[in-house]
Design a binder for this molecule. Sequence first.
Ligand code: GNR
Ligand code: NI
Length: 174
Amino acid sequence: MVKRKIIIEPDPILRKKSSILEKVDDELRELMDDMLETMYSAPGIGLAAVQIGILKRVVVIDVSKKDEKKKPLFLVNPSINHKSKNLSVHEEGCLSIPGHFAEIERPAECNLTYIDYDGKKRELQAKGLMATCIQHEIDHLNGVLFIDYLSKLKKDMIIKKLKKQKKDIDQVIL
Ligand code: GNR
Ligand code: NI
């Protein structure tokens, strides 16, 4: 397993739509292993392939708590087929938007279909943090970030700060 570099906003790659995968093979499993290692070491509870620069519809998630056994979930071509009418608010963060957090309202529960690590078709009903995380990750596959749900003022402020951070880092390297 290899840890990969996470792409930080603003970056046009993060705004692209990821494409459907045709099959689950060893190459894809290697990518999923790398994504899991990258996510655990960040640390984060979810990661979409686009965040490491790969525009494929694959996501890894693990919402288990620190003292619990790890419970990785690999989602290939995830698709939500039902969202609950009742909404819930969670504080969200994103590994591509480091240091910024915001309360985002989304459907509290969702049902989805996906292909698993072994290429088997599966269904899942999610609620709580898992439902929030799944929706956050599927947004990534469609080029959407949580800051897109904020007011233009808040969103622009966050992007401006991220731009400045990138400039400062480039300054140190040069
Ligand atoms: O690590 C993460 N935490 C998180 C918290 C609340 C809602 C969504 C997330 S996902 C995020 C990792 C990430 O950026 N995934 O794309
Ligand atoms: Ni994210």
